[in-house]
Design a protein around this ligand. Structure first.
Ligand SMILES: [Zn+2]
Length: 291
């Protein structure tokens, strides 16, 4: 079985990316895993602190681990946006493959100091665990936001990125390169798309040389995603788009069977809806040519 580190080295070589999808229940997990197995590509399943609290950190790790063993398939588990060391330690002890240690709202020096500490603490629990750090502002909340100008987030510079990587010894960096969490209503309808600063990604990659993650990938123009991956992005996070698919699929499943109370007769519509979005994103992330 490949490790996450090996899978990242492989995508880096092929200039493709691993898709990262957040899950909060078995419907989402099933949609993600089915799509990845069908396409035969590695996949990252993510759970934020809120999602872990809902499902149980150890319970989630046990379910993902059992799928990985049963199918002998590279499904990796990431503790997304973890804001404190105790929560990061909990995930490492439960067997997560990676942790996003996110203190990006703190000043650079404090963020670097505490992230360095976390890297040491987490690697002492599991030397193979990958730790991702974050600098710059990519907003919070994987939700549908009202339209209007978004907050002008601070973008990450290449020199800052290099300094942060050297100071912390993180394995993966999440920079702010025009990406943002959540989607505006105009993006749900497709009238508007997010655009990325491709040159900045290229500069950050050259300055750090480590795997880079794009957070808040939902609602981004396909062409920008392809160019970003080609420029050095190795992991792309999609959350809001599959949350939307989950809700729409669930509503459809309920509407098709008005008096139905059997969950496994209603929920397959939600699984199919999630699977379709994951499949479309994974196909895009893993096809090497830039269109
Ligand atoms: Zn994120």
């Amino acid at each position: 079985m490949r490790t996450l580190s090996q899978a990242l080295a492989q995508v880096q070589k092929e200039r493709v990316a691993i898709g990262h999808f957040n899950i909060a229940d078995l419907v989402l997990l099933k949609g993600v895993v089915t799509a990845a197995r069908e396409l035969n590509v590695p996949v990252l399943v993510g759970a934020s602190e809120g999602e872990r609290n809902f499902m149980g950190t150890r319970q989630l790790a046990a379910v993902v681990n059992s799928l990985r063993e049963e199918y002998d398939f590279p499904i990796f588990l990431n503790a997304d946006h973890t804001h404190s060391l105790p929560k990061a330690v909990e995930a490492a002890k439960a067997g997560f493959d990676a942790v996003v240690f996110d203190l990006s709202t703190l000043h650079f020096e404090e963020n670097a100091k505490q992230t360095k500490n976390a890297v040491e603490a987490l690697k002492s629990i599991n030397p193979a665990i990958l730790v991702e750090g974050e600098i710059g502002d990519i907003g919070s909340g994987y939700e549908i936001h009202e339209d209007g100008p978004g907050p002008a987030g601070k973008l990450t510079s290449a020199s800052e990125a290099q300094q942060f990587v050297e100071a912390t010894r993180i394995d993966i960096l999440a920079p702010a390169v025009g990406n943002a969490h959540g989607m505006r209503r105009s993006m749900v309808t497709g009238q508007e798309r997010k655009h990325l600063d491709i040159d900045r990604i290229r500069e950050i990659k050259a300055a750090t040389g480590i795997p880079l993650t794009l957070h808040g990938g939902s609602g981004t123009a396909d062409k920008d995603l392809k160019m970003a991956i080609h420029a050095g992005i190795n992991i792309v996070h999609i959350n809001t788009e599959i949350r939307l698919a989950w809700r729409q699929g669930l509503e459809y499943g309920l509407s098709q069977r008005e008096d139905e109370v059997v969950p496994y007769k209603i929920l397959p519509a939600a699984v199919a809806s999630v699977q379709q979005v994951v499949s479309s994103r994974l196909s895009l992330f893993t096809s090497p040519q830039v269109r």
